[in-house]
Ligand binder design. Sequence first.
Ligand code: TPP
Ligand code: SF4
Ligand code: MG
Length: 307
Amino acid sequence: MNDTRFRSMKDLPPAHLLGTGTAMCSGCGGLEALHEIYDILGEKSVFINAAGCMTLLAIYPFTPFRGSWLYSAMASAPAGAQGVRDALDILLAKGRITPREDLTVVVLTGDGSAYGMGLSATSGAVERGLDFLYICYDNEGYGNTGQQSSGATPHGARTATDKGPLGYLGHKKDLFAVWAAHRPAYAATVVGSEPLDLARKIERAMSLRGPRLILALAPCPTGWGYDPAETAQIGKFAVETGVWPLMEYCDGKVVHTKVPRKRLPVEEYLKRQGRFAHLFHPERKEALLREIQAAVDARWREVEPAG
Ligand SMILES: Cc1ncc(C[n+]2csc(CCOP(=O)(O)OP(=O)(O)O)c2C)c(N)n1
Ligand code: SF4
Ligand SMILES: [Mg+2]
């Protein structure tokens, strides 16, 4: 709210997410995706934000959003969304607001909540058919507290809690598949560096009702160890190497929305990030590099035409 171009709230451009001059890192891929999403979603929305990096966007009583914003505990954002949706429905039923004044209920959460602490509340909300948009910006770790490993951390990545020679020994959970197994109204993966694909998916999600997931890869210069200027490039390499498949689920079917014509070696993505530097220095960890590549190849085997 420090932008001096605007003297009052009325001067603000419609549906634009303002910079706040807060503690967000430059080059934040989560913020890049959120900007793009909000430009389409607009101000007729109410955000329920699980504690994480994006919570730093708000400095009470201000937020950069022109709509409403609530902050929740890490595990509770979907439960908060249920309460807000119920309250809006009661206001509608009583005629205290018109359908035109209704708001889109949005959960905004990091991966620590989405893949872990908040998963049970999320599963319950999807099971109940809650009408909400669920945006997870996935920076693959507990970023706000120093990038500890989460259920979204990729195999082999070094984090604050996995500093050993092979990095994180676990495997990234497939949250998209977890959602799809719940048969939601919609689920999609996106990344800010593919804005057209992202925009189409947000528009599609907005045209539907019920539980809708937008899972955004969020390249994180601070936690992943790369120059903030390279965020868009890192996002593109995630897609071109096949590490981050762009896809959507609707009506029981999964569709890949962008299949790389010729997938690049996964190394092209890994070698640009400090969290994977131990795979290349002081000597190459060939077995682990092969294992990571093989997992990505196996993931794509059913999608790519043979030969
Ligand atoms: C129950 C609970 N444990 C720990 C914290 C401290 N905490 C605040 S933000 C955060 C990291 C959340 O990680 P994620 O959901 O991935 O969001 P990110 O910080 O990466 O944006 C943690 C651990 C908390 N708020 N609540
Ligand atoms: S730690 Fe990562 S996700 Fe969090 S604000 Fe910084 S760049 Fe964004
Ligand atoms: Mg995170």
